[in-house]
Design a protein around this ligand. Structure first.
Ligand code: NG6
Ligand code: CA
Length: 503
């Protein structure tokens, strides 16, 4: 009897502590710039739902994605490791194999060990399957999210502008008719669908920069696909589809602690928002996509309210890299900016070594636990792993999350002190380093502006900026400060040689 009572007691206390662990919802927007939200000073567009997170939470001005493009930033946030430490982590083709090793403990895997249910909903873009043949699209698609720590997934395999234009739920393509198997190829045309190059008259918007392959839903994509007609997504419905999957996961797990990685398609290209947002921003399709993103944020917040979970849920809104204005389609991005500044006060944008590449919106709320306000602590998204490990009581082993630090107190606003340094990684593999108020960019050949009109930050000479006095990185101070340049170069070299980061 005593034994029986003891086990009941243990069970009860276990479930209680599991229940008390806060849910974590990470809304990871795509290509959303620091200045794209009204909470960060945008005046030409209003993002009321994102602003609600900011009003109730802590808004950071110096949090960085680890890279100025998608795949490496996502790799880093989920593994706690800088992506440039591993080969093959550049922007992934749509048929790439999974790039996250299945034998490491990832951020969601760590939370699973702590009793969390974990979901990836939305954009994946970290590869699927193994080996050089790519994923087995018509069968069980693995390894994928479920092999690296997620207990549920509903994903788009790569990006909105890449084939295959289908959703995958728990290893299977959704609505795939076995009598109409799909084929995917990134080298040559497969299937009978028209292409943008051959049939531009079928397009809803003109392509640019090689987005001229298979047409799905009137939009030509990167890569070719055939078959899978019943499984094809409709871009206009994507936001509602993904939001409902995110909400469904929270509903099913309201009694469990859960981690939701809600990686929205918005505001990546193609910008094809639902008609309810068309023309509503006054800033063209890109602005309308921001409104659609904000609407999805509202869906998540309202669901938490109606499930009674708002109080015990940490909500984070951030982005995988800085803004692009036009990125593969002639969708009027530049023409319709109307004075809107997606990068805020920062220079560059997506792909860039300048600050706007990685300095992204980062807002966190946890009612009663995080006091509303602002923070300028220097933090990297890679730090979420170890900070959440500290929050949930997980003890890291030496190989876990090598670039991630416990900066929980800074994320909760209890400390103003963040990292002393962090690495910024650009699309062309150039590395930069922030150390205190100094920013160093390694020399790089290549154009100063890319084909999308974004300043790359490339310069054959070292660049050194003083971010507190010159956030816009206009005055290169490298020549006057050779000792600082050398010190920062040495730190980067040591990191590249496998050295651990400095907290
Ligand atoms: C680039 C694409 C761009 C976009 C990006 C991925 C070209 C010329 N450009 O290679 O349109 O798809 O990859 O964006 O192909 S990201 O946010 O997923 O990194
Ligand atoms: Ca991105």
């Amino acid at each position: 009897m005593k034994k029986y009572l003891t086990s009941i007691f243990i069970l009860a206390s276990l479930s209680l502590s599991a229940k008390q662990k806060p849910n974590i919802v990470l809304i990871y927007a795509d290509d959303l710039g620091y200045g794209d939200i009204s909470a960060n000073g945008a005046t030409k567009i209003k993002t009321p739902n994102i602003d609600k997170i900011a009003a109730a939470g802590l808004n950071f001005s110096n949090v960085h994605a680890s890279s100025s493009t998608c795949t490496p930033s996502r790799y880093s946030i989920l593994t706690g490791k800088y992506a440039w430490r591993q080969q093959g982590t550049k922007i992934a083709p749509g048929d790439a194999a999974l790039i996250i090793p299945t034998n490491i403990t990832t951020l969601p895997g760590m939370l699973q060990k702590q009793g969390y249910k974990t979901a990836a909903v939305g954009k994946w873009h970290l590869g699927l399957g193994e080996g050089s043949e790519g994923p087995n699209w018509n069968g069980e698609i693995k390894p994928g999210p479920m092999e690296v720590g997620f207990s549920y997934d509903f994903i788009m395999p790569a990006t909105g502008d890449r084939v295959p234009c289908v959703y995958i739920e728990n290893r299977r393509i959704v609505n795939l008719n076995p009598s109409d198997p799909i084929s995917v190829n990134y080298k040559e045309k497969v299937g009978n669908y028209p292409t943008g190059k051959e049939n531009p008259e079928l397009l809803k918007m003109n392509y640019a920069l090689g987005h001229d392959n298979t047409i799905v839903n009137g939009i030509s994509r990167i890569g070719w696909m055939g078959g899978g007609k019943d499984a094809l997504w409709t871009d206009e419905d994507m936001a509602a589809t993904l939001a409902s999957k995110a909400v469904g996961f929270m509903e099913r797990n309201k009694k469990n602690p859960f981690f939701l990685y809600f990686a929205t398609h918005d505001i990546h290209v193609p910008h094809v928002p639902h008609s309810q947002f068309l023309g509503k921003s006054g800033l063209g399709l890109r602005g309308d996509a921001i409104l659609q993103l904000d609407w999805q944020v509202g869906k998540v917040l309202r669901a938490l309210d109606s499930l009674g979970l708002t109080k015990n849920t940490i909500v984070i809104l951030s982005s995988d890299n800085g803004p692009a204005i036009e990125d593969g389609y002639e969708d009027g991005g530049y023409k319709n900016l109307n004075g809107h500044t997606p990068a805020g006060p920062y220079r560059g944008g997506k792909y860039s070594s300048f600050e706007a590449g990685t300095r992204v919106p980062f807002i966190i709320k946890w009612p009663g636990k995080i006091a509303p306000g602002k923070s300028s602590a220097l933090l990297s998204q890679v730090d979420l792993y170890t900070s959440f490990a500290a929050l949930t009581g997980y003890k890291l082993s030496p190989d876990d999350a090598p670039d991630s630090f416990n900066l929980l107190q800074a994320f909760l606003g209890k400390s103003k002190i963040g990292r002393s340094s962090l690495v910024e990684h650009a699309a062309n593999q150039t590395l930069g380093l922030i150390s205190g108020n100094w920013k160093y960019i390694s020399p790089a050949n290549g154009p100063k502006e890319n084909k999308n009109g974004i300043e790359t930050g490339n310069d054959e000479s070292p660049q050194l900026y003083r971010l507190d006095a010159d956030a816009g990185e206009r005055k290169n101070l490298a020549a006057e400060n050779p000792i600082i340049v050398k010190k920062m170069q040495d730190e980067l070299k040591a990191l590249q040689a496998g050295g651990r980061s400095r907290k």
